[in-house]
Design a protein around this ligand. Structure first.
Ligand SMILES: NC(=O)c1ccc[n+]([C@@H]2O[C@H](COP(=O)([O-])OP(=O)(O)OC[C@H]3O[C@@H](n4cnc5c(N)ncnc54)[C@H](OP(=O)(O)O)[C@@H]3O)[C@@H](O)[C@H]2O)c1
Length: 287
């Protein structure tokens, strides 16, 4: 995709009243770009932007991402207001910490509704626009936990692993239309992600997972000392989109890179350990 240089770029960003999404909106407006910013509360977004930000290029949209009709109306409103659409950033997401057996049906559906169904709603609405204009960029904010999974994070990882699979397939499907896809994989970033305003916990726990309870406590205490700077993270995402071509995955943070490297090494060892046995299930070749 060629990023527009002769006019302000038009962005559609989800999950914008806090954290990485808020930094993106602020920096995009400072660049002079136009931003359709979805949030569950436009009032919260406008309050967070404060008086110091020029919001003339902002279209705040209160949207429930789980609702396909609301999402497609939001994309229509964006193209109606700004004339076209260049970049879509699926950023909205939240953490959930519990053992697999402590995770309820409603909690599973809620997470996948936001992190998978919600993204799919946005893509279904935005892709026809990008395809028609034969260009655009989709940024799906995953996590290093979309590549590797750890105890207590199963539901979050299930959502982000799904997002990774969807994005990898999508990238290959839309490349010929001039549409780029980037998977952003942050490590720990100093946003609201680990606060009780964002992080969800199960309705009930059991006594069988003391290590997970300790992990939850230590993560709540981590708030404020995460290594990742969300302002730098947002700037890196914008730079990547402006640059156009680049690798599918954009790892953010030294911790993210280290975890992902360890996963690749473990996967390599697993592949090597099964290299001899995997072919045994093929039909015998007829000579
Ligand atoms: N911070 C980290 O350590 C970290 C690490 C890896 C990946 N990530 C990913 O980065 C993205 C941004 O997170 P953040 O760090 O900026 O966290 P954050 O400060 O908690 O912000 C999350 C944003 O997602 C939206 N959101 C949260 N729960 C939602 C729900 N149930 N339905 C719809 N929208 C919801 C919120 O939007 P509104 O309230 O405006 O609707 C909020 O602005 C997420 O996808 C997250 O999974 C974060």
């Amino acid at each position: 995709m060629t990023f527009p240089t002769d006019r302000p770029a038009i962005w559609f960003v989800t999950g914008t009243s806090r954290g990485l999404g808020l930094h993106l909106v602020r920096q995009l407006l400072e660049r002079g770009d136009k931003v359709a910013a979805t949030t569950r509360s436009s009032e919260r977004l406008l309050a967070a932007l404060g008086d110091g930000t020029d919001t003339s290029g902002l279209l705040p949209l209160t949207v429930d991402l789980r609702d396909e009709a609301q999402v497609s109306a939001a994309v229509r409103e964006t193209t109606g207001r700004f004339g076209c659409l260049d970049v879509v950033v699926n950023n909205a997401g939240y953490g959930f910490l519990a053992a697999v057996e402590e995770t309820g049906d409603r909690e599973v559906r809620d997470m996948l509704d936001v992190q998978v169904v919600g993204v799919w709603n946005v893509l279904r609405a935005a892709l026809p626009v990008l395809r028609e204009q034969r260009g655009g960029h989709i940024v799906n904010v995953s996590s290093v936990l979309g590549l590797t999974a750890v105890p207590g994070w199963a539901l979050y990882c299930a959502g982000k692993f799904a997002l990774e699979g969807l994005s990898e397939a999508l990238a290959a499907e839309v490349a010929d239309f001039g549409i780029g896809v980037t998977l952003v994989e942050p490590g720990y970033f100093r946003t609201d992600f680990l606060t009780r305003d964002s992080l969800a916990l199960p309705a009930g726990t059991t006594e069988h997972y003391p290590a997970i309870r300790e992990m939850v406590d230590s993560h709540l205490k981590l708030q404020g000392s995460q290594p990742g700077d969300p302002a730098r993270g947002a700037a890196a995402v914008i730079d990547r989109v402006v640059a156009g071509a680049g690798p599918l995955r954009q790892l953010l943070g030294s911790d993210s890179h280290a975890y992902a490297t360890a996963k690749v090494e473990a996967l390599r060892a697993n592949l090597d350990a099964t290299a001899d046995t995997a072919p045994a299930t093929d039909f015998p070749t007829v000579a």
